[in-house]
Design a protein around this ligand. Structure first.
Ligand code: AHR
Length: 357
């Protein structure tokens, strides 16, 4: 991939992580980044840009290609890994130069990454905010630098107008509603008179956690059989899913009728705990998950999960098309939701095709 500037060409060969988790831009050309400390790296980039007076115009006058800075949350789930892969593949398909940074589940790393993108004068910044609050300052800096920002996957909460251009991501509220509506149908089919639910939620204060919970609660609230025993934060991690499930089993034991888990990873962590406690998931307890990755779908086929609501990680195509429009100064859709479906034991799960993540 080639990033053309007026003064030098920077070849962005690959973005790698070193042992300490810091991202290293493997940049070839007249400018080599960046084993120096973070501050030195930013100063050096800024000094080079000042000295050379670089914009993104090519000497030959041709339209410069798009340089997109993307801050990913981390690698907490098969979903997230699939999302990163899709964005890399689509960047390559659209000829977009991608500066990708993995924040290892830390908001401060995402803020640092956005500041680096600003220092590099990328054309467009995109990021998946780990939580909703706390972005205003850095987004104001991006706005002052004239760099448009796209939200990918998750939303932010802000009082300030115009800090971001659009959101490309799933309708998490609708996912919660689909999960709740499935549960009502399942309770009807089984003739249940009382339904005790435990909820393992995603990262506290994240958009999917808030909206999957709200959609689910709204869907079941009119049904008097439904009772949420406890909601507990599993942080979208498999290990936390297991820990939460151990605690829930110790606390509520056989009173649990339903496990509603906000993602596949936590569900896959919870299932062995349920089995170790002597229960059969899918029969003794109704298991509802969200994402629809291959591993969870295989478990649905085996009967140990009853319902998986799809959340597609394939947002790369929309991201590239939106970023290209922004670069060209064209208007973009404020909100883009992919179409999603639900996989359940109500129909034959064996017919579900390969998932690709
Ligand atoms: O924001 C999307 C959620 O984040 C996915 O459901 C989950 O698996 C991921 O970690």
């Amino acid at each position: 991939m080639l990033y053309a500037s007026r003064c030098f060409y920077v070849r962005m060969v690959k973005v790698k992580e070193n042992e300490s988790g810091k991202v290293r831009f493997d940049v070839r050309g007249k400018y080599q980044k960046m084993r120096l400390g973070k501050r030195w790296g930013i100063l050096l980039a800024a000094a080079l840009l000042l000295l050379t007076g670089c914009g993104n115009d090519r000497e030959d006058g041709a339209q410069p290609e798009l340089l997109l800075g993307f801050s990913q949350i981390g690698s907490e789930s098969a979903w997230r890994i699939g999302n990163t892969k899709d964005i890399e593949e689509q960047a390559s398909a659209y000829g977009v130069s991608l500066m990708l940074e993995n924040a290892n589940q830390k908001q401060e790393n995402q803020i640092d990454a956005i500041r680096r993108f600003i220092a590099y004068k990328v054309d467009v910044i995109a990021f998946s905010p780990i939580v909703e609050e706390g972005w205003d300052n850095v987004l104001r800096e991006a706005k002052e630098a004239g760099i448009p920002v796209i939200l990918v996957d998750r939303d932010i909460s802000t009082e300030t107008e115009g800090l971001t251009t659009c959101l490309i991501g799933a309708d998490f509220y609708a996912e919660g509603v689909m999960a709740g509506e499935y549960l009502i149908r399942k309770a009807d089919a089984l003739g249940l008179e009382q339904v005790n639910i435990v909820e393992i939620t995603g990262t506290e204060n994240s958009t999917p956690m808030r909206q999957r919970q709200a959609g689910f609660l709204d869907a079941i609230s009119g049904d008097e059989r439904m009772c949420v025993l406890e909601s507990i934060d599993g942080d979208f991690l498999k290990s936390r899913g297991a820990e939460c499930m151990r605690y829930l089993l110790e606390t509520y034991g056989e009173d649990i009728d339903v496990v509603y888990s906000h993602n596949d990873e936590m569900t896959l962590g919870a299932l062995p705990e349920i089995e170790s406690a002597g229960f059969v998931p899918g029969s003794d307890m109704i298991i509802i998950s969200i994402d629809g990755g291959q591993e969870a779908i295989d478990v649905l086929k085996s009967g140990k999960i009853n319902c998986v609501v799809e959340c597609t990680p394939k947002l790369g195509k929309e991201l590239m098309e939106t970023a290209l429009k922004l670069k060209a100064g064209e208007p973009v859709e404020a909100l883009i939701h992919p179409t999603e479906e639900i996989f359940t034991d109500e129909t034959d799960p064996q017919s579900i095709g390969p998932r690709g993540y």
